[in-house]
Design a protein around this ligand. Structure first.
Ligand code: CP
Ligand code: NVA
Length: 307
């Protein structure tokens, strides 16, 4: 019996050894690209990219990754497809599987991602849902380890609301065995799914509401926009999140060599001040660059081309 396609849907669904081999492949391909010796393991392969929501990094980095690896990207938006006129996600998966070798999708509805994966006969990659953003956190792990070595045993602090990027950090904390301190306003705290995940896995994740306690002694401080795609804007949301801003005062409570991370796009003056995001501890543009390299490792893994 042939095995099913290798989907990349969430970090906690894959064994640590596979995640590590993706990251190792990413680093190796990054080094080759920088040395002007590009590798092209995806010659003749096509990736369909479906965006139901806006994107700068995910869109451009997947497109460039496919081209640099020798493959071809096809950029699609839900609105341009029959999906926008009610064709089911399952039929879309069946049809695209006859044309392309893999599908990357950004769609808010996580169940729709799962339905696409269940009905596709080619690998499906999660390019962000309301629930998670695993490609981002693979790039973030790569970035942390490039700057500071293995993340195992280190402490990452999250300050802000509960969102998709936090969920993938939590999945990574469980797999890569690092500590995650989370500070959110009580009304924007992680939901039952995260609390159940922590209970079931015994991951070293502490949920709280005090940003100073979360950041104290951390090796890495992470935040994200206060209004994710699909969230309702509003003054109240901004008011409750104000104390969670990463500014110099908050950053000074972390270890002196702590890194600052943000997946971008940033809302300067809201979740982070210019001083921090443009300061010496910030690695936000390395993270953005590593989306390209980390996704090469993910793509190569999906295509069974990790050497
Ligand atoms: N960080 C991230 O996923 O950015 P985009 O929304 O620009 O893809
Ligand atoms: N949490 C953000 C991440 C954007 C890359 C959002 O979902 O909008």
């Amino acid at each position: 019996m042939s095995k099913g396609p290798k989907h990349f849907l969430d970090i906690n669904e894959l064994p640590l050894s596979e995640l590590k081999s993706m990251l190792a492949a990413s680093s190796a391909m990054k080094a080759k690209q920088k040395a002007h010796q590009p590798v092209r393991p995806l010659e003749g392969k096509t990736l369909a990219m479906i965006f139901e929501r806006p994107s700068t990094r995910t869109r451009v980095s997947f497109d460039v990754a496919m081209r640099q690896l020798g493959g071809e990207p096809i950029m699609l938006t839900g609105a341009e497809m029959q999906l926008g006129r009610g064709e089911t996600i399952a039929d879309t998966a069946r049809v695209l599987s006859r044309y392309v070798d893999a599908i990357m999708i950004r769609i808010l509805n996580h169940e729709a991602l799962l339905e696409l994966a269940a009905n596709a006969t080619v690998p499906v990659i999660n390019g962000l849902t309301r629930r998670s953003h695993p490609c981002q956190v693979m790039a973030d792990l790569m970035t942390y380890e490039e700057h500071r070595g293995p993340i195992e045993g280190r402490t990452v602090a999250w300050t802000g609301d509960d969102n998709n990027v936090l969920a993938s950090w939590a999945h990574a904390a469980e797999r890569f065995k690092f500590n995650l301190n989370v500070a959110t306003p009580p009304e924007l705290a992680p939901k039952k799914v995260m609390r159940d995940f922590i209970k079931a896995t015994n991951a070293s994740i502490v949920l709280g509401t005090d940003p100073e306690a979360a950041v104290k002694g951390a090796d890495c401080v992470v935040t994200d926009t206060w209004v994710s795609m699909g969230d309702k804007e509003g003054e109240h949301r901004h008011n409750v999140l104000k104390p969670y801003q990463v500014n110099s005062k908050l950053m000074s409570l972390a270890k002196p060599d702590a890194l600052f991370m943000h997946c971008l796009p940033a809302h300067r003056g809201e979740e982070v001040t210019d001083e921090v995001i443009d300061g010496p501890q910030s690695v936000v543009f390395d993270e953005a660059e590593n989306r390209l390299h980390a996704q090469k490792g993910i793509l190569a893994w999906c295509f069974d081309a990790v050497k």
